[in-house]
Ligand binder design. Structure first.
Ligand code: GTP
Ligand code: MG
Length: 506
């Protein structure tokens, strides 16, 4: 969030810009005002959002166009003031001011605009009929407000809206034309929903909602408020509440409602709490909290960290198995991070099946695939297929088949899971494989497992956990933070689609 806010007032002469600023500061209407008020800074503790706020006046009588352009480019939000009893000043909003501002601001960093109708004490009617079509036409207009410097009506509201437009902009969240949240916002809120869904059942129950609420707003929801929230969703959406809990659809609906009702600061509070910046990207500090390890010190996980990681693993431990006698794979099946095609080295027909599945579904997809030669403790029988599994993998640019058996005294070799996780997290990493065996281009060999890339992944995981260890923080209260940080690894594990060996001979 921004550390300060710069508000600029522009508009035709005599619409009351200076009077508005003076009325805000002195809380009374000044009879005489200069052309231009000095720039004033309102200290953080007296502003509604607790951010220092600079208010800048403009007067054609005292400033050159060049000075105006400079002020426009420095402003975080611009109030275009018109006088409700002066038609010409309203017309100038679209014929002059909006184009002028667009020309003098960076195309990528959209400056929010607020339309301010001053002198509402002079008329009976409202100017909104004229203003609303303008608002619909220009998405950069954040809101409009009618006020009176003379009656002190809506003055503090006006500056509050201006502050809010900078600190909690609707632009990244909502598309007014489509009347819906933007895809990046939906993506971020979906992640937040999944992180908050502690038991991973696709529904936020009362406990989880309270946990979410405490995490974002530091207070639990009263039982009645909880019911009210669910009732609002129930009324509007048939599948927004399920088993007395909020579904993802319901959760997204609530946020759309907040935004549509001008309460987008609520959605921003949630997004920021979960690490998002103003562009809805996760902050670097949130993803990779800096960790200082003093010289000569080593790092290790403490007991709580182990328990925490175990609980995360248990939550997501679903190796999703697809049974062989399928007619087709659903989109949900296909939406995985990595595919394991498992064949039985002792069954001459089982590879053919894997090859068929691969060709039908994954040959042209970007999802990484790994061929597993299972039951490798048994003698390998030649597969009844046009080419050998090794040759097949080579042709399709897959790592060579990975031998695997559960039937060993020492227990199954776990390397295979590390390879799978790595491939899932870095689907293109095999192209950068550091193999020196010269027999295959794409194998995930031991060199790769020892590679810098993988070490970095491990180091980051340690770093995240250790930070909690070092700061002695209560693991429970940091659950969200930690979970989100190790999330990438965990989600990589949960996405595996396992294909079963054809056990029954054909
Ligand atoms: P420039 O500096 O010339 O661009 O004008 P401005 O937009 O700063 O307007 P200013 O504050 O100087 O006000 C112009 C006139 O409108 C003054 O006579 C004010 O007293 C009067 N005025 C300002 N606000 C209001 C209001 O809310 N109601 C009424 N009735 N008069 C107002
Ligand atoms: Mg003035």
């Amino acid at each position: 969030m921004r550390k300060d806010v710069r508000i600029l007032l522009v508009g035709e002469p005599k619409v009351g810009k200076t009077s508005l600023i003076m009325s805000l500061v002195s809380e009374e209407f000044p009879d005489v005002v200069p052309y231009r008020a000095e720039e004033i800074t309102i200290p953080a503790d007296v502003t509604p959002e607790r951010v220092p706020t600079h208010i800048v006046d403009y007067s054609e009588a005292e400033q050159t166009d060049e000075q105006l352009f400079q002020e426009i480019s420095k402003a975080n939000v611009i109030c275009i003031v018109y006088s409700v009893n002066n038609k010409k000043s309203i017309e100038k909003v679209t014929s002059h001011w909006i184009p002028l501002i667009t020309e003098n601001t960076d195309k990528d960093s959209r400056v929010p605009l607020i339309l301010v109708g001053n002198k509402s004490d002079l008329v009976e009617h409202s100017s909104m009929e004229t203003i609303l079509p303008i608002m619909n036409q220009y998405s950069e207009i954040e809101t409009c407000v009618e006020c009176s410097a003379k009656n002190l009506k809506n003055i503090s509201e006006l500056f509050y809206y201006a502050q809010k437009a900078v600190l909690h902009p609707t632009g990244p969240l909502y598309c007014p034309e489509k009347k819906d949240m933007k895809p990046l916002c939906v993506k971020a809120l979906t992640r937040i929903f999944k992180v908050s869904d502690l038991d991973n059942d696709g529904i936020l129950n009362d406990n989880e909602l309270n946990f979410f609420q405490r995490t974002c707003f530091n207070t639990p929801l009263e039982p009645q408020a909880l019911e009210d929230v669910k009732n609002v969703v129930r009324k509007n959406l048939s599948d927004g509440v399920c088993d007395n809990g909020l579904t993802l659809k319901g959760f997204l609906f609530l946020h759309t409602l907040f935004i549509q009702r001008g309460r987008h600061e609520t959605t921003w509070t949630v997004l920021r709490r979960f690490g998002y910046d103003d562009d809805l990207e996760l902050n670097q500090d949130y993803l990779f909290p800096p960790l200082k390890v003093p010289p000569g010190c080593t790092t290790e996980l403490n007991h709580n960290a182990y328990l925490f990681l175990q609980s995360i693993f248990d939550k997501h431990d679903k190796l999703h198995e697809v049974f062989p006698d399928f007619d087709y794979l659903s989109d949900a099946d296909l939406a995985c991070d990595i595919v394991c095609l498992v064949y039985d080295v002792s069954n001459p027909y089982s590879f053919e099946y894997c090859a068929k599945v691969f060709k039908q579904y994954f040959m042209d997809s970007k999802t990484p695939c790994m061929m597993i030669a299972a039951k490798s403790d048994l003698p390998e029988i030649k597969q009844m297929y046009g080419c050998s599994p090794l040759e097949f993998c080579r042709r399709h640019k897959m790592p060579p088949p990975q031998s695997f058996t559960c039937n060993t005294a020492a227990g199954p070799n776990r390397d295979i899971y590390i390879k799978l996780t790595t491939m899932a997290m870095y689907p293109h990493a095999r192209l950068r494989c550091m193999c020196t065996c010269n027999r295959c281009t794409f194998c995930l060999c031991q060199n790769f497992l020892n590679s810098e890339l993988l070490q970095t992944v491990r180091a980051k995981l340690y770093a995240v956990v250790l930070r909690r260890h070092v700061s002695q923080a209560d693991l429970k209260s940091s659950t969200f933070w930690l979970r989100a940080s190790v999330g990438a690894t965990v989600f990589a594990v949960l996405g595996f689609a396992m294909y079963r060996v054809l056990l029954k001979p054909r």
